[in-house]
Design a protein around this ligand. Sequence first.
Ligand SMILES: Nc1nc2c(ncn2[C@@H]2O[C@H](COP(=O)(O)OP(=O)(O)OP(=O)(O)O)[C@@H](O)[C@H]2O)c(=O)[nH]1
Ligand SMILES: [Mg+2]
Length: 362
Amino acid sequence: MVFWRRKKDTSVPSEEGKADTKSDLSVEAADPASEEQIDAPKTDSVKETEADSDAGGGWFKKLRAALQKTNQILQTDIRDLWKSEGRLVDDDFLRELFVILVRTDMGQPTATRIRDRIGREFRGRKVTKEDVLESARSEILASMQNRSVELQFATSGPTVILVVGVNGAGKTTSIAKLAYRLRKEGRTVILGAGDTFRAAAVEQLKIWSQRIGCEIVAGEMGSDPGSVAFKAVQRAREENFDVCIIDTAGRLQTQVNLMQQLEKIRKIAAKQIEGAPHEVLLVLDATAGQNAISQARGFSEVAGCTGIILAKLDGSAKGGVVVPIMTEFSLPVKLVGLGEKLPDMAPFDPEEFTKALLSFDN
Ligand SMILES: Nc1nc2c(ncn2[C@@H]2O[C@H](COP(=O)(O)OP(=O)(O)OP(=O)(O)O)[C@@H](O)[C@H]2O)c(=O)[nH]1
Ligand SMILES: [Mg+2]
């Protein structure tokens, strides 16, 4: 699974702990081995369960753990369909199955397609759980067109990533996790604290930046987010950072003025760097279920989004919501948030997702 194109950057501290020459990155902050020291500010109680790498199936285990709530509800419901060995596929069975699938928030169109497929394949015959799960997995994968989409980077010069979404969706935490990942890949990162509305917002991002070991541009409380964005992009360009990530205040897609402000930030970035912002990532809260879908609809139309970060998949009993997001919009889910700590973000992989959602322990 190759989502994160590695770029050689000799300025990143080596395992021997050589100092960074470009910015004042501390060896501890950028060294994956010292991840304990760059924990999230609010998450001391959260225990790390997996190595923060996708080597050895680590991501799949993490994804599986994150989808546990959704998966367990499914397991219990689906098990209940089999009171005896093998179950006859008839109208009752198909109706019950449909209700269970819809409960995961995968959406009626996908649940209907799965139900109809199982009806076509098995009606009048006895099926096992695995028969049903296999059909469901294939149908979901087909409906997502097995689409996995990488983050887009500028071909030369800094890549600008603008991060947007409603209040509390997980924007700032996702930015920290993304910056952490990019740093680990050897890229230099500068953050723009574009949420100048909320007193704690700038502070929150500053703490993260210190822990990750990346630069940050912040303005005064209440100052123009456009000017913060301008300065961040300017520094990225002048000091040749690889990536500039701009945080924004939470907003509703219906708040016209605030949406216009996003447009202004986009223009400010584009004026300084051709093709910027290269990504406008919409952060959605996976626990919001159907609300997340209406946010995706609203934002993608107004804010020119290029992809989705689906945060809080780990806390969601509605993990199936990825399916309608992927099938109803041309916006791909690019990253998923699997917890509150810095390593808890993974590139979205439809196949792994489907397997994690629809495989049972026994
Ligand atoms: N479990 C879990 N919690 C998350 C995840 N992402 C974010 N959170 C938590 O969600 C809460 C809100 O996250 P923020 O990053 O502050 O959200 P925001 O969108 O920046 O919020 P505003 O700036 O107020 O609009 C915090 O308590 C985070 O720790 C995730 O993937 N999993
Ligand atoms: Mg925030």
